[in-house]
Every structure is written in structure tokens, then in C-alpha cells.
Design a protein around this ligand. Structure first.
Ligand SMILES: [Zn+2]
Length: 276
């Protein structure tokens, strides 16, 4: 069965609405992977809000998986419509933090949001043990790898029907301290993917001020795509300060670098849809 990958939020760190960012979009991290009546949602940034509007009455089973717990990857969840009208089809895959499962339902605590979890008419299904094993029973073969990000984060490799997508929204390829994952190890994890979605937030001019903030330069992310021999590279987690015109220029630079390698490159934008 084919996977349909749709981008709902492509921005990193903070939402960035406005006329200078409206083409690529200002919502934060959220990508859906649809296969028949099942939808795997990667991250719950503000992009999950428009996704929720399309899923609420769809009758599809929805599975939410998180790369990590920074706010830009969670903040849309309390406004996710299926939570209030289709929770019986909503499966929340716990994020493992210090050996303990953490659930998005923790956001509905009465402090961060006015509605408390206990007030919901139907509770979503919390998958607290072996979330990736549970996804396997739903037809999504998912592997994960810890990556370089302050506080920790995971990258995911999702396969279905012989096609593969790798999602690494936040990762610093060359961190200042000891690396959780080195370049060659990550390239092996991404090897031969049909689509690689990887953090490419920075330009060399953003460093050294932001060295250690947990994100990669476009140049190094392109080098990873080339080393891993992926087919299509989708730079992701755009800086909130980056205008559409600046992203156009970065995309042109990346395409020029990757064309000799035979790798297609599309800078992630809201509404981008890739069929695998
Ligand atoms: Zn982020």
C-alpha cells in the first residue's frame, strides 16, 4: 500500500505567521503519513491544527508519534479536533523520557490549557509500552535512532510496502560536545530512503552564535543526504526568521549541490504532498 506524506507545519522553534513567510508557511513541525484508513502523524506542532480539521470526520485511525518534547513539537495538540470528537480512533504513542512514558495528555492539566483530560467524554488510547511494536501491528514498520539535540530527540525511519521515509526534524550534525550519533551512523540509518526529511535550519552565518542549539546547517544536511544516497531530500524545520525569499535562495543552493548526486530536493512547505 502506498504512503502519502503531507506537510502541515515545516517551521522550527516558533510559529512564524506573516506576509513574508506565507508561501512556505509559519506552522511548526507536523507531517502526516497516510496509508489507507490509517494516518501516522509525526509531531504535534501547530501544523496539527489544520490536519485535525481534515481528520475529525474522516473515520480514519490516527497515531501520533513525537520526535521530542520541545514546545514547537507539541503546542498544537490541545487544539487537535479529533481529541474532542473522534478520540476513540486516536492513539497516542508515548515518548520515552528518562525511561518513563510521557503522553501528550499531560498538556491537558488545567494549567497549560483550560480543558482537563478528565473532562473529555472519550479518552484517547495511550500506548505506553512498546509504541513501535504497536505501530508494527498497524502496518507501519518504524525504527528510531537518538539524535543530537539538547534534551534528547529521536529520528524515525518509517517503511511500508517497500517504501521508506526518514524523519529527523531536529538534529545538529556537528554538535560542540560529544555526539549522540555521528555522521556515518546517521547516514547508515538514512541509507537509500525514498524521502529524507532533515533539519536544515541554519546557514554558516547563523553560527557560531547558535552552535550547540541543536540544529544543522543546510550544507551539512545536504552532505548527509548525499552520503546516505537518498532519492529525495526535503530540508525541514526552517528558521522562524527566514523569509520565503531567503528559503527560495537556500533551495536553489541545495538543488545545485545535490543535482550532480542525482538527488531531488524540495524545501518543505505547507501543503507539500509526496506519494511513495
Ligand atoms: Zn524543533
Amino acid at each position: 500500500m502506498r504512503m502519502i506524506v503531507t506537510f502541515w507545519g515545516v517551521r522550527g522553534s516558533a510559529p512564524s505567521p506573516g506576509r513574508l513567510t506565507c508561501r512556505y508557511g509559519g506552522n511548526t513541525s507536523c507531517v502526516s503519513v497516510e496509508a489507507g484508513d490509517r494516518v501516522l502523524v509525526l509531531d504535534a506542532g501547530t501544523g496539527i491544527i489544520p490536519l485535525g480539521e481534515t481528520l475529525a470526520a474522516s473515520g480514519k485511525e490516527v497515531f501520533i508519534l513525537l520526535s521530542h518534547l520541545h514546545a514547537d513539537h507539541l503546542m498544537g495538540f490541545p487544539f487537535f479536533e479529533p481529541l474532542y470528537c473522534a478520540a476513540e480512533r486516536l492513539h497516542l504513542l508515548s515518548y520515552e523520557k528518562d525511561g518513563r512514558p510521557w503522553s501528550l495528555m499531560n498538556l491537558l492539566d488545567g494549567f497549560h490549557f483550560p480543558v482537563e483530560a478528565s473532562e473529555l467524554t472519550v479518552q484517547p488510547h495511550r500506548v505506553e509500552t512498546d509504541p513501535l511494536g504497536f505501530l508494527r501491528t498497524q502496518g507501519f514498520e518504524v525504527r528510531r535512532h537518538p539524535v543530537n539535540h539538547p534534551g534528547g530527540a529521536f529520528g524515525y525511519r518509517v517503511s511500508r510496502g517497500g517504501r521508506t521515509l526518514v524523519f529527523v526534524p531536529d538534529n545538529e550534525l556537528d554538535p560542540p560536545g560529544a555526539a549522540t550519533v555521528d555522521f556515518a551512523e546517521l547516514a547508515a540509518f538514512c541509507r537509500d530512503a525514498d524521502v529524507l526529511i532533515h533539519d536544515a535550519q541554519y546557514l554558516p552565518s547563523d553560527l557560531p552564535m547558535k552552535w550547540g542549539w541543536g540544529h544543522s546547517t543546510l550544507g551539512r544536511a545536504c552532505a548527509l543526504a548525499a552520503a546516505a544516497r537518498v532519492k529525495h531530500f526535503v530540508p525541514f524545520h526552517h528558521d522562524p526568521c527566514r523569509s520565503d525569499a531567503a528559503l527560495d535562495a537556500m533551495q536553489a543552493e541545495a538543488r545545485e549541490a545535490l543535482a550532480p548526486e542525482g538527488i531531488a530536493c524540495t524545501f518543505a512547505y505547507e501543503g507539500l504532498r509526496i506519494e511513495l
